[in-house]
Write a protein that binds this ligand. Structure first.
Ligand SMILES: Nc1nc2c(c(=O)[nH]1)N[C@H]1C(S)=C(S)[C@@H](COP(=O)(O)O)O[C@H]1N2
Ligand SMILES: [Mo]
Length: 229
């Protein structure tokens, strides 16, 4: 396993070691898990809240405590690895891509959820059509300006609702939520969506990311209450 540690970034806050330690301890204790064997039809799917989630007001901020400032003139997104066409997009080049608008729910592993978030951005499917992953590609690794990483299987990224978004409810995506651009993966717990995304790498093999190597699930499916690895 490749351990992806946070590098020190000039001009940034220190990572929030206490929060990281607490969440690591939760994974060890498997906090928040319902009893095994609860039949799926007794779960709360009908009211849109995955098991043991609660609806929260507003939009909490949750990250490692480092909020990098990326001026749009310096912002780039590198998409590469095993693809036919690597790209390095500047901000104007990113905005030139066809855009989509999407509304989805957001489920954080720490048990809060938000409903009906409106996003504008570039769909992951659009990225696939531009870079064209090679046939052996099965995994995707996202890397961020704060040093964070997270990994997903290619099929999970290819879902229609996976976006690189730069707005939230018609406003520019606030810096504390990952602006200028973050990833959202509505069918997975929210840690699978990289804030301040900087690079997307297509690979044949899986590379567990920041939380995946700290006790969190590799698959992260809210409806399965698949919180911990
Ligand atoms: N770059 C980066 N992305 C990140 C994180 C982070 O620390 N750094 N935290 C993840 C976690 S654990 C969650 S729950 C969501 C929270 O997003 P929010 O702060 O916008 O609610 O972002 C995810 N993406
Ligand atoms: Mo999280």
């Amino acid at each position: 396993m490749v351990r992806s540690d946070l590098g020190s970034l000039e001009g940034c806050m220190e990572p929030n070691e206490r929060l990281i330690a607490k969440k690591e301890a939760w994974a060890e204790a498997k906090r928040g898990l319902t009893e095994e064997g609860v039949p799926p039809d007794l779960r709360t799917r009908h009211n849109r809240l995955p098991p043991r989630q609660h609806l929260t007001k507003g939009w909490p901020v949750l990250d490692l405590g480092v909020h990098p400032t990326i001026p749009l003139t310096d912002w780039t997104l590198a998409i590469g690895g095993l693809v036919e066409q690597k790209v390095l997009w500047s901000w104007p080049q990113f905005l030139e891509q066809p855009h989509v608008r999407s509304t989805s729910d957001f489920h954080c592993v720490t048990t809060w959820s938000t409903f009906d978030n409106r996003w504008d951005g570039v769909s992951f499917r659009q990225i696939l059509s531009v870079v064209r992953p090679l046939p052996q590609v099965r995994f995707v690794l996202f890397s961020s300006y704060d040093g964070y990483t997270t990994n997903l299987p290619l099929e999970a990224c290819a879902e229609e609702d996976v976006l690189l978004t730069y707005t939230w409810n018609d406003q520019p995506l606030p810096k504390e939520h990952g602006g200028p651009v973050r990833v959202i993966v509505p069918k997975r717990y929210a840690w699978k969506g990289a804030k301040w995304v900087k690079a997307i790498t297509f690979a044949e093999h899986d590379t567990p990311g920041f939380w995946e190597i700290r006790g969190y699930s590799n698959t992260a499916l809210p409806w399965e209450e698949d919180r911990y690895g």
